[in-house]
Design a protein around this ligand. Structure first.
Ligand code: BF8
Ligand code: SF4
Length: 657
């Protein structure tokens, strides 16, 4: 424990306002007693830079950095003459480039692994889901009849590699895009060629003195975001399903109470499922379990955090102990014997907190080292070397635990592991699996529409609260909610992942949930699994009755507590795909500028979706429902809903009588 830092040096948080997660709150109180600082404390003392928050500054060259005035955005230009619109569009585009790079690089790692498995160079993993392999091949026009999984997989690898390295043409999964949506993209010249090319060109264009028209920058920004959603992210999801299995519903627990005081606790936190899959093998290895027992533990307890945690929750029902804003807090329990991290959303602050509580923090990916953390490289050719070493070190730490342990005793059981394939099956049944029942229920008005509520948690707003309030408002109004990432965990902790939570839904949605036995909120996994939402949208269009393009669907998206550049890339690929997408916290563009108008109005006129913003969950729900209702009206199905609601109301009256 760090001695020199006294409690009174630490800013005191108003913990109730900082988080609605009781477990995190309990740990923040302990942190303050222990004199340990977290991101919540730093956010309280570090005011967000107001110029940066508005994106009114540029540091793309050393004639600057140049600072414009958000209150008078057209009053000044940069030294080179760049206007506020150029500066904001470039900043925004670079967020998209970075976010898209994170997802696509992760997808490429999955594809590298797939290639080596298929070539027989890696024996530790194998193709687990041959049905999915066949389906994806069929969709991409790869011959499947009479062929072995290996033959199909080799062709699939070659095809999907184009997602990254192709320099001309259209990425493979453009085949999944509804014709009319694709037409819009072609008309505006934004169909991605290959992710590497798009990201490279975007970085080039946003260099000083290149693209200086916000509309043209936005075009390449759109193309790049689409190369993430329908490219890198989609490849990551599909390959992970093929290698590790497509999720099907599984009962599982979330929250910090999943740590066990009498077991060796190992957390994997990050984004790459292969590290986690190998760790699952390690913790089940009889010799390591034996070693843990010899050290006095009852066993080894493996739990997840953030996105790879969400994937393992979906695929194997591995307990998930918290989202992004709980990653430091959980170390404060003192019960974590090792935390292994890979890439993305790993706070550097973890190293300090881990040191305070004697937790072993291990980085494992060559892309991510952290000062103060030990690096044990994860090699796919010998994955167990890394994961076994982490477990061994965790066992030593267990044996030498000195500090008192405090585990918040909160666990929430729920049903996780939905996939677009399973939604198909669940609503349609095994013999007529299709999206027709979903579309029918939307058309008849029982389900008003579908909302994707996704994304991060952020200490600038009350942790988890915006997610939870928004989702409750949406389901109350009969909007079926699908989720990924940290948002899914927020709602799972709030108890909305049980079929019983259907009582919180409006009468129509409740009836559907009760008939099928599903929760009103469906978790689809990690952030790259947002691609499952895109595929579900494409499927809703294909089945018919809800318009011809994704932009016609009564659907909306939100990232109410976003913080990462990946979220901006996701937001923009949803908008580019035709979805109205509302962000909370703050929006990095000055209102009233031309670039702002383009994102919030102009894109919709061009046939895309549109951006929205409000930090308030109730206003967010109102905006999303208003959009869904406008789409219902345009489809001519608004009347059906009125009828259904009257029926429901009169039925309730009858029941009450
Ligand atoms: O990719 S939701 S805080 S963990 S960025 Fe990060 Fe945001 Fe969580 Fe996963 Ni997604
Ligand atoms: Fe300033 Fe232009 Fe250089 Fe940006 S690119 S820092 S606006 S001179």
């Amino acid at each position: 424990m760090e001695k020199e830092k006294k409690t009174d040096e630490l800013v005191k948080l108003n913990i109730k306002d900082a988080t609605m997660c009781e477990a995190t709150a309990q740990m923040l109180r302990k942190a303050e007693r222990d004199g340990v600082e977290t991101a919540f404390h730093r956010a309280a003392t570090m005011k967000a830079c107001p110029i940066g928050a508005d994106s009114a500054c540029c540091k793309h060259c050393s004639m600057g950095p140049c600072r414009l005035n958000a209150k008078d955005p057209y009053g000044k230009v940069g030294v080179c003459g760049a206007t506020i619109d150029t500066i904001q569009a470039r900043n925004f585009a670079r967020m998209v480039a970075s976010g898209a790079a994170a997802h696509t690089d992760h997808g490429m790692s999955m594809l590298d692994l797939f290639r080596e498995v298929v070539n027989g160079h890696i024996k530790e993993y194998r193709i687990k889901d041959t049905i999915k392999l066949e389906e994806v091949c069929r969709e991409l026009g790869i011959e499947v009849e009479g062929r072995s999984p290996e033959e199909m997989a080799k062709d699939l690898y070659k095809e999907l590699e184009r997602t990254y390295i192709q320099v001309e043409g259209e990425i493979p999964f453009a085949k999944r895009v509804p014709e009319k949506t694709l037409e819009t993209w072609r008309k505006h010249g934004v169909v991605p060629r290959g992710a590497m090319r798009e990201i490279m060109e975007l970085m080039h264009r946003t260099h000083m003195g290149v693209d200086q028209h916000y509309e043209n920058i936005t075009k390449q920004c759109t193309r790049t975001a689409l190369s993430d959603g329908w490219g890198g992210s989609m490849v990551a999801t599909e390959i992970s399903d093929i290698l590790f299995g497509t999720p099907t519903p599984v009962r599982a627990e979330v929250n910090m109470g999943c740590l066990k005081e009498d077991e060796v606790n190992v957390i994997i936190h990050g984004h790459e499922p292969n590290l986690f899959e190998s760790m699952l093998d390690s913790v089940n290895d009889p010799s390591l379990i034996q070693a843990a027992k010899e050290a006095g533990a009852k066993g080894i307890n493996l739990v997840g955090m953030c996105c790879s945690g969400a994937e393992m929750l979906s695929r194997h029902g591995i307990p998930h102990v918290g989202n992004f804003m709980s990653t430091e807090a959980i170390l404060i329990t003192g019960a974590v014997d090792a935390m292994g991290v890979d890439v993305q959303c790993i706070k550097q602050g973890l190293a300090k907190v881990a040191e305070c509580y004697g937790t072993n923090l291990f980085t494992t990916n060559p892309r991510c080292h952290i000062e103060g953390a030990e690096h044990i490289q994860f090699e796919e050719h010998a994955p167990r070397e890394c994961t076994d070493a982490i477990v061994e070190r965790a066992i030593v730490r267990f044996k030498n635990r000195k500090l008192p342990i405090e585990i918040p005793q909160i666990r929430n059981l729920g049903v996780h592991g939905f996939s677009h394939e399973y939604i198909n099956y669940m609503l349609g049944g095994s013999f007529r699996s299709s999206y027709t029942p979903l579309n029918d229920n939307i058309i008849n008005g029982r389900i008003r529409g579908v909302a994707g509520v996704v994304g991060c948690t952020n200490p600038r707003v009350r942790h988890d609260w915006v997610h939870v309030e928004l989702v409750k408002e949406l389901i109350k109004r009969d909007v079926l909610v699908v989720q990924t990432g940290c948002s899914q965990i927020a709602l799972a902790k709030a108890g909305l992942y049980t079929p019983e939570a259907a009582h919180l839904a409006g009468a129509g949605l409740r009836e559907v949930c009760e008939t099928v036995g599903m929760p009103p909120v469906l978790g689809l996994g990690s952030c790259v699994d947002n691609s499952r939402i895109l595929i579900a949208c494409a499927e809703m269009v294909r089945v018919g009755g809800l318009g011809e393009s994704i932009a016609d669907l009564p659907v909306a998206g939100a990232a109410p507590e976003w913080m990462s550049e990946k979220a901006i890339s996701i937001g923009h690929y949803f908008v580019a795909s035709g979805v109205y997408t509302v962000f909370g916290v703050t929006f990095p563009i000055v209102e009233g500028t031309k670039f702002h108008k383009l994102l919030f109005e102009g894109l919709a006129d061009m046939g895309f979706g549109t951006w929205g913003f409000t930090p308030d969950p109730y206003e967010m729900a109102r905006l999303m429902v208003a959009h869904i209702d406008a789409k219902r009206k345009a489809l001519g199905i608004d009347k059906a809903r009125e009828r259904v609601l009257m029926d429901m109301a009169s039925r309730r009256d009858l029941e009450a009588a």
